[in-house]
Design a protein around this ligand. Structure first.
Ligand SMILES: [Zn+2]
Length: 216
């Protein structure tokens, strides 16, 4: 065994080093994009053994450190030691427990997503005909449409998580949803997929916002 093999694969709080590094890098990315103003937003990734790693409450996503990434037991519904998890933890738990293919969840307060969710706070926003739809998993052509559900914002995250689960259960492929006046949730098999979906949806929602301005 050489010295590298002796490096522990997990931090003392149980978050695998690779997962913590993924989340820290993702935080730097979303922060640099301006999507997490004033410590908003949160990031998580599935951890083997029925857990997720999620960012602590109230930390700047652009300067995350390992202790800011908490291990959360999905079955027990609680953080395993350490700081308080994000206020929106229930929405992350919902994605991991609803869909075994979800490996990472990204939540941002991005401007286009937030504005369009207020302009059109109806049932859902349809994105159709855009080339960048191909950035979403499994989509191969612009000749398609993707629905982005919109939910009324609330501070009751448990009730909201139940609404999300009920509405997404029988839906076709979904890559993200909006909370009105609040922001975007997106997910994917890996953190890279979740970030790509976040970036694509924020861009597409921006296009849709501009299109509505000029085509009224
Ligand atoms: Zn939020």
């Amino acid at each position: 065994m050489n010295k590298t093999d002796a490096v522990p694969a997990r931090h003392p709080d149980g978050v695998p080093v690779r997962v913590a590094e993924d989340i820290i890098a993702a935080g730097a990315f979303v922060s640099a994009k301006g999507w997490t103003p004033a410590t908003a937003g949160n990031l998580s990734a599935r951890v083997d053994g029925g857990a997720m790693a999620i960012t602590a409450s109230g930390v700047d996503k652009g300067s995350l450190r390992s202790p800011d990434v908490l291990l959360f037991d999905l079955a027990a519904g609680k953080v395993l030691g350490g700081l308080a998890a994000s206020a929106e933890t229930a929405l992350h738990v919902e994605r991991y427990t609803a869909d075994a293919a979800v490996g990472a969840v990204v939540h941002v307060h991005a401007r286009n997503a937030t504005v369009l969710s207020m302009v059109d706070a109806s049932h859902e926003i349809r994105l159709e005909g855009y080339e960048l739809l191909k950035a979403l998993d499994g989509i191969r052509t612009h000749e398609t449409g993707v629905a982005v559900p919109v939910f009324a914002n609330t501070q009751d995250m448990d009730a909201l998580a139940r609404d999300v689960r009920a509405r997404l259960a029988d839906a076709g492929p979904r890559f993200g949803y909006l909370l009105a006046g609040h922001g975007l949730y997106a997910w994917g098999r890996t953190m890279a997929d979740a970030l790509r979906h976040t970036e694509a949806l924020e861009f597409l929602l921006g296009c849709e916002l501009e299109r509505r301005k000029v085509m009224r």
